[in-house]
Design a protein around this ligand. Structure first.
Ligand code: SF4
Length: 366
């Protein structure tokens, strides 16, 4: 195996950070049985169990990394001693809702145990390239006809029941495109959460939303039954925000801080998270310092490598993924800060930090 890669520590759930970071940015030549294409958040990836941990890896036909059908992982043709197991598509994908919609158009399996959905698949910022986040592909799956624009609460409840019964799903993530209204999409999210909780009372649910205009929406989401909340800023650097998320950057960082604090008050410490993307050009020391500040507020910084997804503006511009060394460095330092604070993603019960598949933080105990 290559000298700079150590094997996964089997049975310990520890995955080598260098290996995890390389796979995260280089991707894998393979045909994963469970995969997803363009949509909200990181996509164009396959889902695997890397040393037992749910892991999303870009599908990359030109990657030096490959996995043979009999499970051997190689880099540049050299065998790497790591266990990368496929995840079978769930049985609920074969079902339809009672109004005839294929369930996989309503929600998808992420990793091994997460049911994920985008309750409104359009975003007020997407139509205008001067406002759209440059990494985003939220409306591409809608254009491809693989999802529906608005998921109705009763559809989500039916799919959740099926996914829990047939496939052992343990948590649910509900994100939304941003609406024009002052709730920014929270109103529909709250209805969807309430319907799923009525149907499957024990299923933890994370909601993801932009900062609503009124702080009362945070408590309404909690009252509807959400377990945790993601309020995603992607970068704390103002220049990076203006360049990468020009529409969202109209909401000042200070407003995010007010809403994060309210969310921590309502949901609790380490039940609130935000995405911070590695590879947008931000100074890594600045990124880590910002992550530490968030941790001090009780907000979990889910650090994730930027991916140039097909269909995104960044992909059209030819912006590359970050180097794996940068991913490993930032992840290592943020992971250490999370451990020191006693904040584990798994303790959130629901959401991306609890899933961990799109970040390398799982390799460092975050
Ligand atoms: S980390 Fe979030 S977006 Fe990534 S697979 Fe898990 S639930 Fe899905």
């Amino acid at each position: 195996m290559p000298s700079d890669l150590r094997p996964i520590e089997r049975n310990s759930q520890l995955v080598d950070l260098a290996l995890r970071s390389e796979l995260a940015v280089a991707g894998l030549r393979a045909d994963p049985p469970l995969h997803r294409e363009s949509g909200a958040g990181p996509s164009d990836d396959g889902f695997w169990l890397l040393g037992g941990l749910p892991t999303s890896v870009p599908i990359a036909p030109d990657s030096p990394w490959a996995r043979s059908d009999d499970g051997v992982l190689t880099r540049n043709g050299i065998v790497v001693d790591a266990e990368l197991a496929p995840i079978d598509p769930p049985r609920f994908y074969d079902r339809r809702t009672s109004d005839g919609i294929p369930m996989q158009q309503i929600a998808r399996l992420h990793g091994r145990h997460v049911l994920a959905t985008t309750v409104v698949q359009t975003c007020v910022r997407y139509g205008n390239e001067d406002e759209r986040c440059r990494f985003c592909t939220i409306e591409e799956s809608l254009a491809a006809g693989t999802t529906t624009q608005v998921k109705r609460p009763e559809q989500l409840a039916e799919v959740a029941v099926a996914a829990v019964r047939l496939d052992g799903v343990r948590q649910m993530v509900m994100t939304t495109g941003t609406s024009n209204g002052p709730d920014r999409g929270a109103k529909h999210l709250a209805r969807c959460v309430a319907a799923v909780r009525r149907a499957v009372p024990g299923l933890p649910i994370q909601v993801q939303v932009e900062p609503p205009s009124g702080l009362g929406w945070i408590a309404r989401l909690r009252q509807a039954g959400a377990t945790s909340i993601g309020i995603h800023i992607e970068s704390l650097d103002e220049e990076v925000r203006q360049r990468w998320t020009p529409g969202k950057a109209s909401v000042p960082v200070e407003r995010y801080e007010v809403v994060w604090r309210e969310a921590v008050r309502v949901f609790g410490r380490n039940k609130v998270s935000t995405y911070l993307l590695i590879g947008l050009g931000e100074n890594p020391d600045h990124l880590v310092a910002g992550a530490r500040k968030l941790i001090g507020m009780g907000v979990y910084p889910f650090v994730v490598p930027f991916r140039p997804l097909a269909g995104s503006l960044a992909h059209a511009d030819g912006v590359p993924a970050p180097g794996h060394d940068l991913v490993a460095d930032v992840t290592d330092r943020v992971g250490a800060a999370l451990r020191k604070a006693g904040m584990r993603g798994a303790d959130q019960k629901a959401g991306c930090a609890a899933c961990g598949a799109c970040s390398a933080l799982g390799a460092v105990g975050g």
